[in-house]
Design a protein around this ligand. Structure first.
Ligand SMILES: N[C@@H](CCC(=O)N[C@@H](CS)C(=O)NCC(=O)O)C(=O)O
Length: 215
């Protein structure tokens, strides 16, 4: 199996955390794959018409996308019931939290591109920037109010939220997301110490890439 991979992509990191949690890292060949929203990569497009990573190429020729499907594929392959609980309540709580974490990440990626493409400063006046900021703040406040619940287990929802918060540290230090959110910050410090999270820390290898790709 080959995984279109980048050490900077938070969505790829979800897959890598699942591989570590389920002891399958050795089963996958990772292929460093630069992608940029505004400059589609022909190699990725051939397998995934949306030009996104992670994309998983199976040995029998099938292609799996996106991170949600690939994470669940590996959890099922390992008969995991921790990341994806068997009971309906647990499963839908985990996958709904995953949707929240992934949605936060989608928002952060678009927000960054919006700034960069228009050459706007962080605090520039723009209705889209205001809306992006409001949604991110509202999501973080919501998570702060659920910090106790987050600490109850480590499932795919918690994986996604933990990685989204780490992505804020990587790209959005200016937001200082921990300020006023002590419980969320404490939860994040704890989960970041898990071996699977430590082994998959985001690494900025831009300097080694010819085009300095964003992901
Ligand atoms: N919903 C997708 C999102 C993946 C995604 O946005 N990946 C980014 C890199 S972090 C990407 O491939 N961007 C390239 C593009 O949008 O063209 C998933 O969960 O895998």
């Amino acid at each position: 199996m080959r995984l279109f991979w980048s050490p900077k992509s938070p969505f790829v990191r979800k897959v890598m955390v699942v591989l570590h949690e389920t002891d399958q890292v050795g089963d996958v060949d990772t292929v460093r794959t630069p992608v940029q929203m505004a400059e589609p990569n022909p190699q990725v497009l051939e397998a995934n018409p949306l030009n996104k990573i992670p994309t998983l190429l199976l040995d029998d020729g099938r292609v799996l996308l996106d991170s949600r499907v690939i994470c669940e594929f590996f959890a099922r392959r390992a008969n995991d019931t921790a990341l994806y609980p068997n009971d309906d309540a647990g499963y839908f709580e985990a996958t709904s939290l995953q949707a929240l974490g992934d949605g936060l990440l989608d928002l952060l990626l678009v927000w960054r591109n919006w700034h960069r493409d228009r050459g706007l400063a962080h605090d520039a006046a723009d209705p889209y920037l205001d809306a992006f900021g409001l949604k991110v703040t509202t999501t973080l406040d919501h998570l702060e109010s659920r910090a106790d619940e987050l600490g109850e287990r480590f499932d795919i929802g918690r994986v996604s939220i933990a990685i989204a918060l780490a992505h804020l540290d990587f790209r959005w230090g200016v937001l200082d997301w921990r300020a006023g959110r002590p419980n969320l910050a404490a939860w994040h410090a704890e989960v970041s110490d898990r071996p699977s999270m430590r082994a998959t820390r985001i690494l900025d290898d831009s300097a080694t890439l010819a085009d300095g790709s964003a992901s």
